[in-house]
Design a protein around this ligand. Structure first.
Ligand SMILES: Cc1cc2nc3c(=O)[nH]c(=O)nc-3n(C[C@H](O)[C@H](O)[C@H](O)COP(=O)(O)OP(=O)(O)OC[C@H]3O[C@@H](n4cnc5c(N)ncnc54)[C@H](O)[C@@H]3O)c2cc1C
Length: 385
């Protein structure tokens, strides 16, 4: 993989050496994975353990333990996700979904919760999951109905969650629930082995995610399982998803780069009408459009991450722009790559066919493309409408 884009001025020498080291590690460890090994989630768990064993997960948490200003290096996360996705979709799932699950605790958890969970996450012994979506509340996450009733020194949780990645496998669920007392939302750290949790069904999806629907039936949690203050849960969920967005864009960028590399190789090697198809101008136009899309996505993704890291706040707008543009563009690039492969592009199990299935969900999770449009338009119209 060409790492030239990492020469951009908003990436430091440290980022460049992270990319080179990680790429060298992914080649023997991840490159052989097809990326389809989703299923029961065991493959993703093994990769997560490998990532932990090799120490890569330390780059996914704030370096400082100072809770007042946890400093997460989002550019490192984008690099790890881009290069993982380039290798294999399942590697990206194995890296990103546990990270999404641990972030609420890393950024908003009490010192006790952080001491309990962060070392286990870093050593690959804790698979965390992020449980916000419900059958009746996806894009409109503020309308969740899972309830939290005060009971002595704790709460009792009841409800149904769906689309939870690592559902049925997670050791820890970060559950967002509505407080019966106030109507606000709170985030709770719920033990994956809690007997009040029941897996209802696995959902068989196109990308290698292990997702499903599950219930909490009278799940008792003590007050010290609250993440942040009661009533802060929605803010926590939105802050975490916003941080996640540039990294989703980075993973989509990894898919796009891989699709482009595959298409270039194919176009040079495949002959039609007496010459390599790369010499036909309509094929060249596709390759050129891919190159433009890859560059533009990279600039927007790493701009958003740079804004975050350099102390200026990551704005909802730049996070949404990075996610929206990169995921939509990646889908187009993968589609064009598949077209360049002709019939071979739709043969099940080929790299471009897999990329086509894997990239599609990126336009849906972490806020659909429509929701990203709303976030951007709200900012464009701020103070005007
Ligand atoms: C593979 C995968 C993994 C996931 N992992 C997780 C996870 O780990 N944890 C978790 O909590 N959730 C997870 N999700 C859920 C994901 O976040 C939701 O699917 C997403 O937020 C969309 O919600 P929905 O599916 O209910 O669609 P809906 O909200 O029902 O939306 C349906 C359609 O209506 C559109 N729409 C809705 N509102 C508007 C509006 N105001 N204006 C215009 N259009 C609108 C949407 O854009 C979409 O096109 C995952 C989903 C997938 C597919």
């Amino acid at each position: 993989m060409d790492l030239q884009h990492l020469e951009w001025p908003f990436l430091s020498p440290g980022h460049r050496s992270l990319a080179a080291d990680y790429l060298a590690w992914t080649t023997p460890h991840l490159a052989g994975l097809a990326g389809d090994e989703g299923g029961d989630g065991r493959a993703a768990r093994q990769i997560y353990e490998m990532l932990a064993g090799a120490g890569w997960l330390t780059r996914t948490l704030p370096a400082s333990t100072d809770r007042a200003s946890p400093k997460l290096d989002l550019r490192s996360l984008c690099i790890l996700r881009e290069l993982s996705a380039y290798s294999s979709a399942i590697a990206d799932v194995a890296l990103s979904e546990p990270w999404l699950g641990i972030l609420p605790i890393a950024l908003f958890g009490s010192p006790a919760l952080r001491e309990l969970y962060l070392p286990r996450y870093l050593s690959g012994n804790l698979l965390p999951a992020f449980a916000l979506s419900e059958p009746g509340a996806g894009s409109d996450a503020a309308s969740i109905t899972t309830s939290a009733r005060r009971d002595g020194n704790g709460y009792v949780l009841n409800g149904r969650k769906t689309w939870t990645s690592n559902c049925g496998l997670a050791d820890l669920y970060v559950v967002f629930a509505r407080l019966e007392e106030t109507g606000g939302i709170a985030a709770f750290a719920v033990d994956g082995n809690d007997p009040a949790i029941r897996l209802e069904e696995r959902i068989d999806v196109m990308p290698p995610h292990t997702v499903g629907t599950w219930t909490l039936d009278g799940c008792r949690v003590s007050r010290d399982r609250l993440i942040g203050e009661a009533g802060q849960g929605y803010k926590i969920a939105m802050a975490v998803l916003e941080l996640f967005r540039p990294t989703v864009g980075a993973a989509a960028l990894g898919f796009a780069r891989r699709a482009m590399d595959e298409a270039v190789e194919r176009s040079v090697g495949r002959t039609a009408f007496g010459k390599p198809i790369s010499e036909h101008q309509l094929v060249q136009a596709k390759l050129a459009q891919m190159a433009v899309g890859v560059d533009a996505s990279g600039l927007l993704v790493y701009r958003a991450a740079w804004e975050h890291d350099e102390g200026r706040r990551l704005t909802p707008r730049s996070a949404a722009v990075a996610k929206l543009f990169s995921t939509e563009t990646s889908f187009q690039i993968v589609d064009q790559a598949l077209q360049i492969f002709g019939g071979m592009g739709v043969v099940k199990g080929t790299t471009v066919e897999r990329l086509f299935r894997h990239v599609r969900a990126f336009r849906i999770f972490d806020g659909t493309s429509e929701i990203q449009h709303l976030i951007i338009a709200r900012d464009v119209l701020k103070g005007r409408a």
